[in-house]
Write a protein that binds this ligand. Structure first.
Ligand SMILES: *Cc1c(COP(=O)(O)O)cnc(C)c1O
Length: 647
């Protein structure tokens, strides 16, 4: 069927940019594009005043906060926390659940002091608590969580000191619940309780048999790392009873793994957990709490599907399922309804931070047309003719695409001829360079002619991809977005300005590290993944800023020091009533001295050695005193500065 093809691009609008980058699908109303073509931040979702991100950045830059920069919007953090509570409140009302909801934040999701403190302050009206998965995290929770009604869920591997600390914290007036995750924890609890003459509140983590799905599906099932199997649970109950501690068993816990994509998985698990909960009561445990763990997912690509970067359910669906399933289960068993606990991390802490990095340069194929001179070799002449031919082609129907394909095949043939001639010594470097430039000029001209309204044949699609531009990004993915490298996680990534202009290039990002894995080349595509992102033309003297969104959970602490790129600058922003904003905290990124010291290099010794060899060079007459001084000054200044490039 002949399709009429048109290549007129109507004038580009910010709506086109919105659709292209899907910002309305994944931004949850927190991020939009304003009429200037800049990203706007709406801290309380779509119905609130918005703030121009570029204006904010200008002011942060004048405070000498250089890129890459992590901006944390505490209002968004608070709003996500509020939405979680609102969803459970609504579900509890709708289903007339005769019990309550009380959440905790898993510290491992983002341990930064300001983040944890902010959550505890904002969450105090709901007695929001913390979940610790290690001894250092327990220490954070003990120092920050002072609310006697808030829960402190103690997960992870435990030794006797961990458990004794929890028991003593209970006497201090806190509510730590020590969760038995390994069979041996029972004996440790008994031993510590005997020793201190006091006992902790006790929870038990079950290994559910329900099938999970998604990337972290191995967190559940018979072979999972944590939790007790049913026979182990029965044994633990027996031991607790013998030790007179069964009365302290208050909580049943399970965790399905992070980023549950499919709500069906959760429903099965809830039913199974509900039954186990009822059985524990029958066995004589007082119970009172059911902790459904974390796993509430984020719709990174906005597709609302069960794909790896999305979820096929909403926050409200999730809350409804938890509340309704547990209610049904407990009512049929005629037992009191438990207080429901979630340990959602990702769902609370993803949206509030944006990583902003600048582009330092680009690398694209040389496609400018070289000057013509008289004695050009045959392949170069052929390529010039092909280029003229391509320019003269008129595309009217889909079948005309074959002409473009043919012209491209010709160009490739002539380029191969030129390379062969070069290898045999018949043409020089200048001619070879011309052949390459003309080939890419042909490619570019073809790509410019390609119609936008039809599906392209594979070869031509590949051609347009081969012209992709590499944008050099002032960041280390190993430091700032490690999951993109380690587990192919995709985050929404897009320019944060120039959005009223059409992004005409296709590109990907290469980072500062000398590692070929140091790149960002997987982008969200509404349920799929694409390798190239439409981006704007980069000019060396213009600022081009890119945002990586929804990376507030897990990235910072998982980041490493590959090539010794350290932490980036970070700021906490709060918007004020009068439409202004406040910089709440500035956290300076690592200096070069900091990262060198991590690896036992002493910056003073380093400088001293350099001074000594400069002296030798001065004495030997190779180096002027003035230049030696300059070298030392550069190094001294550099040690105090960030590990990233200064623009
Ligand atoms: C990691 C973890 C969580 C948090 O999971 P999210 O997917 O971030 O909600 C909660 N509970 C336990 C036991 C965990 O290990």
């Amino acid at each position: 069927m002949a399709v009429k093809i048109t290549n007129q691009s109507l004038s580009w609008t910010i709506q086109n940019s919105s659709e292209l980058y899907g910002i309305d699908r994944w931004g949850k109303g927190y991020f939009t594009i304003n009429e200037k073509g800049n990203i706007s931040i709406c801290p309380n979702g779509s119905n609130n005043k918005s703030h121009d991100l570029m204006e904010l950045l200008d002011e942060l830059e004048s405070r000498k906060l250089k890129f890459p920069l992590l901006i944390r919007f505490d209002d968004i953090l608070e709003d996500c926390l509020k939405n979680l509570h609102k969803a459970f409140e609504k579900a509890i009302n709708d289903y007339q659940y005769q019990g309550k909801y009380q959440g905790v934040f898993p510290i491992k999701c983002n341990q930064q002091r300001h983040v944890v403190e902010e959550l505890i302050t904002c969450g105090s009206k709901w007695n929001f608590g913390l979940e610790a998965g290690s001894k250092p995290e327990l220490l954070i929770a003990l120092s920050i969580l002072e609310d006697p009604k808030a829960l402190l869920i103690c997960n992870g591997y435990k030794d006797q000191r961990y458990i004794e600390t929890a028991i003593l914290a209970r006497q201090l007036g806190r509510q730590p619940i020590v969760v038995i995750e390994q069979a041996n924890d029972v004996e440790l609890i008994i031993k510590s309780s005997n020793l201190l003459g006091a006992s902790p509140l006790i929870g038990i983590r079950a290994k559910l048999s329900s099938q999970s799905s998604g990337r972290w599906s191995s967190s559940i099932g018979d072979k999972s790392k944590f939790g007790l199997s049913i026979p182990e649970i029965l044994k633990a109950i027996k031991r607790l009873k013998e030790a007179n501690l069964l009365n302290e068993l208050k909580l049943l816990h399970f965790h399905l793994g992070s980023q549950i994509n499919d709500i069906g998985v959760l429903k099965d698990a809830l039913q199974e957990a509900g039954q186990i909960y009822a059985e524990l009561i029958n066995l004589g445990a007082p119970m009172g709490y059911l902790d459904v763990g974390g796993g509430l997912g984020i719709d990174y690509d906005g597709s609302q599907t069960a794909s790896i970067a999305s979820t096929n359910y909403s926050l409200q669906n999730y809350a409804n399922d938890v509340v309704a399933t547990i209610k049904e289960c407990c009512e049929s068993k005629k037992i009191p309804l438990p207080t429901l606990i979630t340990e959602s991390g990702r769902a609370i802490a993803s949206h509030f931070s944006i990583l902003i990095f600048n582009i330092l340069g680009k690398n694209s194929l040389p496609s400018d047309i070289p000057k013509e001179n008289e004695k050009e070799c045959l392949s170069v002449r052929n390529l010039r003719e092909t280029l003229v031919h391509i320019n003269s082609l008129e595309l009217k129907q889909e079948k005309d695409l074959a002409k473009l394909q043919e012209a491209w095949n010709d160009s490739l043939k002539f380029k191969a001829d030129a390379l062969a001639a070069f290898r045999l010594g018949y043409i020089d470097l200048v001619e070879r360079a011309k052949a390459e430039q003309l080939t890419w000029a042909c490619a570019k001209t073809i790509v410019n002619q390609l119609p936008k309204n039809i599906l392209l044949p594979k070869e031509l699609k590949k051609l347009s991809e081969s012209l992709a531009v590499t944008y050099y990004a002032n960041l280390s993915v190993f430091r700032s977005a490690p999951d993109t490298w380690a587990i192919d996680q995709v985050f929404p990534i897009m320019p944060i300005h120039r959005l009223s202009k059409e992004p005409k290039k296709l590109g990907h990002f290469a980072d500062l590290t000398c590692d070929s894995d140091g790149k960002l080349d997987q982008f969200i595509d509404n349920g799929k993944i694409k390798n190239l992102l439409p981006l704007h033309e980069f000019n060396q003297n213009e600022k081009y800023l890119i945002g990586l969104f929804l990376g507030g959970a897990y990235q910072e602490v998982m980041g490493n020091l590959h090539n010794l790129f350290g932490s980036t600058n970070a700021v906490h922003i709060r918007f004020t009533e009068n439409g202004n904003y406040k910089v709440e905290h500035v956290i300076r990124g690592n200096t070069k001295s900091n990262v060198l010291e991590y690896l036992e290099h002493d910056p003073e010794i380093l400088l001293e050695r350099l001074r000594k060899s400069s002296e030798l060079a001065i004495q030997g007459g190779h180096l002027k005193i003035h230049d030696a001084q300059k070298l030392i000054e550069h190094v001294e200044a550099s040690l105090r500065q960030s590990t990233y490039l200064q623009s």
